[in-house]
Ligand binder design. Sequence first.
Ligand code: PMT
Length: 421
Amino acid sequence: MPVLHDKTVVLGLSGGIACYKAAELVRALVKQGVTVRVVLTRGAAQFITSLTLQTLSGHPVAIDTFDLTQESEIGHIRLADSADVLVIAPATANVIAKLAHGIADDLLTTVALATRAPIVVAPAMNVNMYRNPVVQANLAKLRQLGMHLVDPEAGWLACGYEGEGRLASEASLLEGIKTALTPQVMAGERVLVTAGPTREAIDPVRFISNRSSGKMGFAVAAAARRHGASVVLVTGPTALEAPLGVERIAVTTASEMRDAVLAREPWASVVVMTAAVADYRAAHPARHKIKKGNGSLSLALEQTEDILSEVGARRRADRLLVGFAAETEHGIEHARRKLREKRLDLIVLNDVSQTDAGFDVDTNRVWLISAEGEAEGWPLLDKEVVAERLMERVASLRSSASGPAEPKAGARARRERVAEP
Ligand code: PMT
């Protein structure tokens, strides 16, 4: 189940052309199992019909505080209380000014004042309005008040101008909403993550690699960022986009990954190695394409660097080191050995012989093995949720290492009974 499943988002639209994009946002949220209650300002209702949003959300759309029918059916206080998060997208300069000054002259701004839920504000407007010092001062005030801003993108604007002001992409809005709902238990941490496969050349057109898509590692990087950490992601070749706010370092070979990891490892307070690093490479890659001969072909292979072992050998008391283990048999036994030999604090085992876990799927079924060798199985989960839970565990290990064993807020330990691999 996705991270946002079962949450209630109250989505407020204010009057701008970007309202049409909010329809897609409603669809994406509903697809993730979110209850969406839409509130329109009178301006927004000029740009998009409540029928569209009602059809997509499956709930009546609220417009006016003083509509007695709506007030008795929904009620602005009940609406404010029902929200896990209030999202205002698009937010016009006008609504931003009202939020900054506590003005509540319509339903949306009244809900914003009444709610105790986190508030996400996604500005969208003409570039000159966006750059206006008054608007910028109001946005700074919203930040200061603890609201979460999802900055607009630069590009062609519907008003004919070019520059910042375009409503953030759906992916950025979803990430902003998830971040607003996530306790910042990794604030101040510096997390180095590896992801994806490596490619080892056989000749200029062929290589040795594996089925890693990068999904697990990218999910870990996104979860670390969402929990408040600074994140560097060293990744082998994948088709995935870097998570928002994460520094991406692209590499191809195990040797390049090693150099990138060792360069950043002194900076990191937490290292999570999810990459499926090739264990072997061609000892003598051919300079020209190998021609097909008549018989079989033998390739001499040599071992690549074991990056995680090198990082483990540089162990520091103030750093947490997490490895992943991809196994097809005797998983717990092999993972425990890797944990010991690579000097890890935690290893995440996945049985990659299963079709719904491990390589190139959206879900994973993992066992967490602690430094003491204790194994804890988790059920089949979305990789995004595995990453969330892993971050909560990392945060609690970090806090117990740096102080009394008091878990940080939001860090939940869950234990499920899962058959051993
Ligand atoms: O990318 P996805 O499609 O989402 O798939 C996710 C995954 C299956 C790749 C991931 O969940 C996973 O299991 N990653 C570890 C894969 C692996 O190489 O496991 P291993 O048991 O061979 O290695 C153990 C650990 O040593 C890993 O943390 C690995 O990054 C590290 N290692 C391995 C070899 C090597 N030469 N250098 C390393 O640092």
